[in-house]
Design a binder for this molecule. Structure first.
Ligand code: DGL
Length: 265
């Protein structure tokens, strides 16, 4: 492994704008770090694709991040995190899975049951149930997948969101009525208030903070935490940069220092 330089950025990636919700947590927790974001909106959604197709797209993003010599990578996408074992071992950069962070967070909360809303790919992977089982055997994970909420949000079709979210929660409640529900797609916290309106008695868990904490702890343990510097935000996308700028402002991240459209490989 090459020497990791403290002044390199942290890479943050997603199929689209959803991972900006993780970037928001990283910026709040690690204000001294430079962040390099890539969102692949030209190919979003990933959650309805085949595994081979997702890995092909993911390897291009990882090549880009490693060319830019990021010091760590946040996979700010649940769908991509379900395939962690397929790409992470071959890479020399430390990669952080949001599904692992979410499962660890659930285990720490000592719950009796939990709900999960996520993409079809994440639901079919069964990874949430598997990782939660390892720490809390017999804790049911009631799951309701959503075919198109990630793409609806990525395309800015906000008028369709309330009905979509209500239907998602009805599908979940047909299986069980847990008090805690994981927002298991990083696009969903963009409209967390719609989930709260659809299910006012539920506490929604956004794993972004837990993933940011994992990264902060690792940086601190390895002497890589950058302080006394104003972190720069670079946002790159294969989609429309102005939409990413609007989303950064909506999420309170602020104006990116660099905003660019790029095509990978
Ligand atoms: N933000 C991604 C996730 O967390 C959305 C995946 C997709 O593009 O379908 O799963």
């Amino acid at each position: 492994m090459n020497e990791i330089k403290i002044d390199r950025p942290i890479g943050v990636l997603d199929s689209g704008v959803g991972g900006l919700t993780v970037m928001q947590s990283l910026k709040a927790l690690l204000p001294g770090e430079d962040l390099l974001y890539f969102g692949d909106s030209a190919n979003c959604p990933y959650g309805n694709r085949t595994k081979e197709d997702i890995l092909r797209l993911m390897n291009k993003i990882l090549d880009f991040m490693e060319e830019r010599q990021v010091k760590a990578i946040a996979v700010a996408c649940n769908t991509l995190s379900t395939l962690y074992d397929e790409y992470a071992p071959a890479r020399h950069t430390r990669i952080f899975s949001i599904v692992q962070a979410a499962a660890d967070d659930v285990a720490r909360r000592n719950l009796k049951e939990v709900g999960l809303v996520c993409t079809e790919f994440t639901a079919n992977s069964g990874l949430y149930q598997k990782l939660i089982d390892e720490r809390c055997p017999n804790l049911p994970v009631y799951t309701a997948s959503n075919h198109n909420l990630a793409s609806t949000l990525d395309q800015g079709r906000f008028a369709e969101v309330p009905a979509n979210v209500r239907a998602n929660m009805e599908r979940l409640f047909a299986k069980g009525h847990p008090k805690y529900v994981i927002l298991g797609c990083t696009h969903y916290p963009i409209v967390q208030e719609e989930f709260e309106k659809a299910a006012p008695d539920v506490v929604f868990l956004d794993p972004a903070h837990a993933q940011a904490e994992d990264i902060k702890n690792w940086l601190a343990e390895n002497g890589l935490l950058r302080q006394g510097h104003r972190g720069q935000l670079e946002v790159a996308t294969s989609g429309e940069p102005s939409f990413y700028r609007d989303m950064c402002l909506r999420l309170g991240i602020g104006e990116p220092d660099i905003l660019e459209q790029i095509t990978l490989g």
